[in-house]
Design a protein around this ligand. Structure first.
Ligand code: HEM
Length: 312
């Protein structure tokens, strides 16, 4: 934890010095807690309030054989308020048609989600072969940091297509972005919704690899990544999906509550939902009964009242 903080100070000092020359300053970093060695790239504070650092540690043969995974270091800023915002990396550079990794602070944890965008609008959930496990994370009043292993993040699938990057060329093209606004439903990674475009900068850069971040100890370090951090999902089974629900969607019926209500509204359509909402806003107790399939969250509308008991 202390190591990540001291990296941040060093990185920001370096960024201030070099900000007139480059948006991304290359450097190296050894994590004192684990000994993991990273090549790093720091986004200057002139390009993104508070700065941002991306670090990569690669398998020992990565400069001759294309790596499929890496150990990552991500340090992002929270310039609007402590614990607010999100940041992201594009594994191929652009926002579209590339594996996107988002990270954001939630309570005392840093949560992550993979996304996929075909256009410059809200990306949906990525459905592929990648896996992220954390080694450690830290959050302070100005930044959040995470050490993590990203499996298949340099060779990912999208449908039947395999997208490969080429660490053997000595350069990876990466994209970065930061936002000062927290994502919606960010307490549970599976419920995440990114409704608003990043407002704290974005860009593409060539990450020139050097021997410092390529190590034979990679396997030992990768084994330290044991934590799957999903956030506080409250036992909810809600997931964000891009598929349209079919009549075979599984719905577990819930018994009708035995308590009494001022109003019972039958049907949660375009009329029933606003009616039930207005009645409850007026202080009435309302039972809204809907027989349709569960919402697919297709347009990422996963917000719901805390008192929602059944969707049958
Ligand atoms: C509501 C969500 C989002 C919207 C509306 C959005 C929109 C845009 C737009 C319009 C650009 C072009 C630059 C500009 O005109 O400002 C852009 C660039 C970029 N975005 Fe997003 N974005 C969203 C989410 C994300 C996420 C979640 C990531 C990564 C985790 C991401 C990564 C990038 C990157 C790396 C660029 C720069 C490279 C490029 O132009 O393709 N974006 N985005």
């Amino acid at each position: 934890m202390r190591g990540l903080s001291s990296l941040l100070s060093t990185a920001l000092a370096t960024a201030s010095f070099a900000q007139l020359c480059l948006a991304q300053t290359a450097g190296t970093y050894t994590d004192p807690g684990t000994g993991i060695k990273f090549d790093t790239w720091t986004v200057a504070t002139s390009s993104s309030k508070g700065g941002m650092t991306i670090g990569l540690s690669l398998p020992g043969d990565a400069l001759t054989t294309d790596a499929t995974e890496f150990i990552g270091l991500l340090t992002c800023s929270t310039p609007s308020a402590a614990g607010q915002g999100w940041c992201g990396i594009s594994m191929a550079g652009p926002m579209t048609n590339s594996l996107l990794l988002m990270a954001w602070p939630s309570g005392d944890k840093v949560l992550t989600a993979f996304r996929w965008a075909t256009g410059y609008d809200a990306p949906g959930a990525y459905q592929g072969n990648t896996k992220l496990t954390q080694i450690s994370s830290t959050i302070n009043s100005t930044h959040y940091s995470m050490l993590f292993r990203c499996e298949n993040c340099l060779a990912w699938t999208e449908g039947s297509t395999v997208h490969k990057t080429t660490s053997s060329s000595g350069v990876l093209v990466l994209g970065w972005t930061q936002s000062t606004t927290s994502p919606l439903n960010g307490q549970c990674a599976a419920d995440l919704s990114v409704a608003v475009q990043h407002d704290n900068g974005e860009g593409i850069f060539g990450a020139q690899l050097n021997a410092f971040g390529v190590n034979a100890q990679y396997g030992t370090w990768a084994a330290l990544a044991t934590k799957t951090v999903t956030g506080d999902c409250g036992g909810s089974t809600t997931t964000t999906t891009t598929s349209i629900p079919t009549s075979t969607a599984t719905v577990v019926p819930q018994p009708v509550p035995k308590t009494t209500f001022d109003y019972i509204v039958v049907g949660g359509g375009a009329g029933g939902i606003p009616l039930a909402d207005k009645l409850s806003e007026a202080g009435k107790s309302v039972l809204l009964i809907e027989k349709g399939p569960p919402s697919s969250g297709r347009w990422e509308g996963t917000m719901k009242p805390g008192g929602l008991m059944a969707r049958t």
